[in-house]
Write a protein that binds this ligand. Sequence first.
Ligand code: 2PG
Ligand code: MG
Length: 429
Amino acid sequence: MKTAIADLRGRRLWDSRGRPTIEVEVRTCGGGRGRAIAPAGASTGSREAVDLRDEGAAFGGFGVRRVLYGIENEIAPLLRGRNAADQQAIDLLLKALDGTPEKRRLGANALVATSMAVARAAAATMGVPLWRHLAQGGTVPALPLPQIQIFGGGAHAGGRLDVQDFMVVAVGAPDFPTALDWTAEIYRRAGDLLAAEGRLRGVADEGGWWPAFDGNREALETLLRAIEAAGRIPGEEVAIALDIAASVLHSEGRYRLRRDGRELDGDAFRELLLEWLARFPIVSVEDPLAEDDPAGFAAFTAAAGPRIQVVADDLVVTDAGRIREAAAIGAANAVLVKPNQVGTLSEALAAVRAAREAGWNAIASARSGESEDVTILHLAVGWGLPQLKVGALARGERTAKWNEGLRLAEDLPGGGALPPPGSFPWGRS
Ligand code: 2PG
Ligand code: MG
C-alpha cells in the first residue's frame, strides 16, 4: 500500500515568538513526504488541550524534549505501517494512545503536528493538493473571507490595549485577492496615522501595529479613519471585527479595562460592547465575555442581534460537545476552529460539523505563535469554512497563509471567489 506510513519523526524548530516548537515529518511507502509544525496560543482558553512543555529552566520552560520523546518512542512505533489516507483511524489511534481527555500525556502539540503531517503525506503520495485531500463531500472548496488584524493588543502586545484583535473584514470585496488589496491599504494607512501622531511602537505578535492609544475607543476611531483614508466605504465595503479575548480581562466577576481606567461588572461590560456596536461598523465580536460566563455570552448574542457574528473561541475551544452545549443556550452564532485546541484534525472536523448542525458559522484560525506552516489555509478551503483569521498582512508566518491563498486562487474551480454574502450573518436578508 503506497499510503502506508514508512517512517515518522519529530524535530525541534522555532516559532514566531522565538520559542521552541515541534515539526513532525511522515514518509509513506509510496515515497510521499509530509511535514507539519505545531502552533501555540498566548491567550489560551483554560479548557484547551494541553500544549506540553518541559518546564524547568531551558527556553523559559518552553522546551519540547518530552514531546519529542513521546513522538519517537510511542507515536512513531504505533503509526508505522498504518494507512496515512485514513485520517479518522490515525486520529483515533493518537487519541487512544494519549489516553487523557486533555491530551496531557503526549501533548496536543505532538498530536496536532502528527495529525497534520499524516494528512500532508497522504496528499503528497496521491499527488493531490492538501485542500483537495481534506475536502469533504457536501462542501464546495473555496477561499475564505479573511479577518485581518490591523492593531494588536491584549496578551499579544503586553496589554498595551485591552481588546486583543482589532481586525477588518472586506465584506464588499468581489474576491480573495481584492480583499487582501483593500486590507493592505488600510494596514498601511493605519500605520501612517499612528506614526504621524507619535503612537506607533512596532508590531504585535500577529503582525498588527502595536499602538500607544489612550483607550479602546480611540483604537476603534483610528481604525475607522484608516478605512476611510484607504478610500473604502466603512460597513459597506470594509467592516470591523474584534476579538475581545475577555477571559484575560476578567477576574471575580469584574472586567478590568486598564486603558480606559474602568472596572465593570458583566452587565456593564456588555452595555459597553453594545455601545461600540451602535457607533462603529462592527460585524463580528469574538469572546465578548469570559470563558466561564456562557449566560453572559447568551445575553450578549441576543442583544447584539442576528446580523452580528458572535464568535466563541475560549468558550468552546474547538470541542464538538462544548459547541453543542453553547448552541443549546444561544451563547454565540459562530465558532473559531483551531485544531491544536483539541488535538487532531478529526476532532476539529467534528467541531465544524457540530457548528454546522447548530447553524453556526465557522472561522478557521491560526494561533499567535505560528510558523511557515500553511495547513490552516488548506483546511479552511478543503472543509469549506467561509472565514479565516491568521493575524495581519505582515510577518512571514502570517503572509505565508495569505500568500498560499493567492496561489490557490489560480487553481481552485471558483478561482479567487469568496463565499456569497448570504453565508454570513451580516449578509443575510
Ligand atoms: C485568539 C488567538 C488568535 P492565541 O485568541 O483568537 O488571535 O490568539 O493564539 O494567543 O490564543
Ligand atoms: Mg480569540
